[in-house]
Design a protein around this ligand. Structure first.
Ligand SMILES: [Zn+2]
Length: 318
C-alpha cells in the first residue's frame, strides 16, 4: 500500500475544542457570578442522569435553554457554572433527577437521548459537544458525591459547582477525572485490535483500561496490553487525549511498540482480538472492508489513533 493513503479530510474528534472560557477565577466571586447570570444570552444545558434534553428539530436539535425555560422542565437539583461563551454569555449545566426526565419523553417539542448518541448521530452543532461533556461529567460527580467520603455527612456544592464542602469535618472535595489509557500495539505494518462483547457485531477497536493508583501511563499501557492480549510492549508514544464523560474519564491515546506476536485473549474482557494489516484497517476506515468490518466512529479517539497508524505506519512510534 502507498506510504500515506488518502483517507479524506480528518474528521472531528468529539467533546474537544471547547469555545467556552471556563473563568475559574470567578467561581467563588458571587458578585461576578450574579452579574453574568443577568446576561440576556445566558444558557443552560439540561441533563438528567445519562440523558440530555434537547429542543427537537428535524435537522439540528438545540441543546441550549434560557435558564427560566430550563427551570420550567423540572426541579433543578444541581446547577454548575461551565464558563463564558464568546459574547460573554454564561453557560450552565442544570442537573435534574432522572425521574423528572421521564414525563419530558412524551413531549414532541423535546428530544431526550444520551450524549453518546448525540455525538455519533450528529444531532447538535459540534460546538455544543464540549460544554455538554463538561456539564455531564461535573453533574454526574455531584450526583455520586452527595456525602462526605471522610465522615459520611451530607456535603454542599460551593464555588459555582466546582467543589463540595463538608460542614461536619471541614473536608473539601474536588471533581475527579479518571484516566483511561487507550492504545494501539504496533509491529511494523500490523497492529492489534480487540472486540468487546458490548460492541456492534462488526466493530473492532483499540484496547483500553483504567490507569491504576501508583502507575505511570506508560506502565498502564504495557500492563493493559499484556493482560488483555498477552503481548509485551516496549516504547509507548502519546498521541492525543479526549474527555469521555461516561461517567468521568479522560481517554489518553497512545501507540505502543509490540515486542511479541502470540495473542492470548482475556475472555473476561474481550470477545476476540487479532492482528490487522494496515491495508485492512484502511478499508475499514473507508467502510470498504470485504467482510463489512468497521472501526469506531470518528467522534471517538480510537478512530483517530487507528487512522494515524494507517496514514503514517510505524512512524507513529518515532
Ligand atoms: Zn466530612
Amino acid at each position: 500500500m502507498p506510504p500515506r493513503p488518502d483517507l479524506g479530510p480528518p474528521p472531528r474528534l468529539g467533546y474537544v475544542a471547547s469555545r467556552l472560557s471556563r473563568m475559574a477565577e470567578i467561581r467563588s466571586d458571587d458578585a461576578a457570578l450574579k452579574r453574568f447570570a443577568a446576561h440576556a444570552g445566558a444558557g443552560a444545558y439540561v441533563i438528567g442522569g445519562e440523558l440530555v434534553v434537547l429542543k427537537n428539530a428535524s435537522a439540528c436539535c438545540d441543546p441550549l435553554f434560557a435558564p427560566d425555560e430550563a427551570r420550567a422542565l423540572g426541579a433543578v437539583r444541581e446547577s454548575v457554572f461551565l464558563g463564558l461563551a464568546e459574547d460573554e454569555a454564561p453557560r450552565y449545566g442544570f442537573g435534574l433527577d432522572a425521574k423528572e426526565i421521564e414525563p419530558l419523553k412524551l413531549r414532541n417539542d423535546l428530544k431526550i437521548t444520551d450524549l453518546r448518541s448525540i455525538a455519533v448521530q450528529g444531532l447538535i452543532a459540534a460546538e455544543h459537544l464540549p460544554p455538554l461533556a463538561e456539564a455531564k461529567a461535573l453533574l454526574g460527580w455531584h450526583a455520586r458525591h452527595r456525602f462526605c467520603p471522610n465522615c459520611g455527612a451530607p456535603t454542599q456544592s460551593v464555588c459555582a459547582g466546582w467543589r463540595r464542602d463538608c460542614p461536619a469535618c471541614g473536608a473539601e472535595h474536588f471533581p475527579r477525572t479518571d484516566p483511561v489509557v487507550i492504545m494501539l500495539a504496533i509491529a511494523g505494518e500490523r497492529c492489534v485490535l480487540g472486540r468487546s462483547p458490548r460492541f456492534v457485531p462488526t466493530m473492532w477497536s483499540c484496547l483500553a483500561g483504567f490507569a491504576e493508583p501508583g502507575e505511570s501511563l506508560e506502565e498502564a499501557v504495557r500492563r493493559e496490553v499484556r493482560e488483555e492480549v498477552g503481548i509485551a510492549c516496549g516504547r509507548v508514544k502519546y498521541f492525543a487525549s479526549q474527555p469521555w464523560p461516561f461517567p468521568s474519564s479522560i481517554m489518553i491515546g497512545c501507540h505502543a511498540e509490540a515486542l511479541s506476536e502470540k495473542i492470548v485473549v482475556d475472555r473476561g474482557e474481550l470477545e476476540d482480538a487479532r492482528w490487522f494489516e494496515r491495508e485492512e484497517l484502511a478499508a475499514m476506515l473507508k467502510r470498504q472492508h470485504a467482510q463489512g468490518l468497521t472501526a469506531p466512529p470518528p467522534v471517538a479517539i480510537a478512530h483517530h489513533i487507528i487512522r494515524s497508524f494507517v496514514e503514517d505506519g510505524a512512524d507513529v512510534l518515532a
